[in-house]
Design a protein around this ligand. Structure first.
Ligand code: ADP
Length: 262
């Protein structure tokens, strides 16, 4: 049996198709753009093609994320919190602290050993520490977004950036460029700023898992957070798909409960 999850984030729309063991059969990531329903339909179509399944054979589809109500093909919606929790717990079935860095918000979800949520914190008031922050900085530095991870890894030094706000950090970065600070050092300083914003949100206890598009494309952030915490931070197999994968897991579990009642 095939189950689907659609995560319509403010920046990216993700689709994941799984089998009843929870293994990924197909997936897609697209920009959410201005027509969330169209993005969700196209993502599902692409994921189904990759999985080699007919959409009518998908037993259940759940959606989550900022635009979850726009996923008209979904039978049910679930919160991003529930889906990120289910996705992370599927890969690491133990007590967890899930750090999700998305395009426009950061979330910290704590789960007990049974996968039940024990706390949740979210930053959505400001771009600091989110994907939008790195996108804005890449633009200011005239760098492709894809190049940041390698540049941070290559840095011999690290620029100290004191500002909290994205706008003031941009001013600080420009003045450091004028002073001759190397671009690699600046990017590493920007990554440190993301790590600090996350650490300010909550105490990161126990096993920490990073999810979302930012960690997916910048795994060096997980390494930097590991160094700050003094223990290994984990990444699931496809960090950006975590919410969609979790939504598919919840669709599967919902179906199993239905079958058990019949
Ligand atoms: P949301 O669910 O909030 O829409 P995601 O978790 O999908 O966000 O993450 C989107 C973020 O991922 C973007 O803001 C960007 O920072 C990062 N990202 C996406 N694609 C790339 C890429 N090719 N290279 C580097 N970063 C990327």
């Amino acid at each position: 049996m095939v189950f689907g999850g659609i995560d319509i984030g403010s920046t990216a729309t993700k689709a994941a198709l799984i089998d009843d063991s929870g293994a990924l059969l197909g997936s897609a990531v697209r920009r959410s753009g201005v027509d969330f329903t169209a993005s969700a339909n196209l993502a599902l179509e692409e994921a189904a093609k990759q999985a080699g399944v007919d959409q009518k054979d998908i037993v259940g589809i759940f959606s989550c994320g900022y635009g979850r109500k726009n996923a008209t093909m979904a039978q049910e919606t679930r919160t991003e919190i529930a889906c990120h929790a289910a996705g992370a717990y599927h890969h690491f079935p133990q007590a967890l602290t899930v750090v999700d860095i998305g395009g426009q918000d950061n979330k910290i979800i704590k789960l007990n050993a049974k996968g039940m949520r024990t706390s949740f914190k979210m930053n959505r008031k400001c771009a600091a520490g989110t994907g939008a922050f790195l996108e804005e900085m890449a633009l200011r530095l005239d760098l492709p977004l894809e190049s940041l991870d390698q540049l941070a890894r290559d840095a011999q030094e690290e620029a100290t950036l004191g500002a909290y706000c994205t706008v003031f950090t941009a001013t600080e970065v420009l003045s450091k460029i004028r002073d001759g600070v190397k671009v690699e050092a600046l990017v590493k300083g920007l990554f440190r700023s993301v790590v600090k914003r996350v650490m300010e949100m909550d105490i990161l206890e126990g096993t920490v898992v990073m999810t979302g598009g930012v960690a997916a494309h910048n795994p060096y952030l997980a390494q930097m957070l590991s160094e700050e915490l003094g223990r290994q931070v984990l990444l699931p197999p496809r960090p950006q798909l975590n919410g969609a994968w979790g939504a598919a897991i919840l669709a599967r579990d919902f179906r199993a409960r239905q079958l058990a009642r019949e």
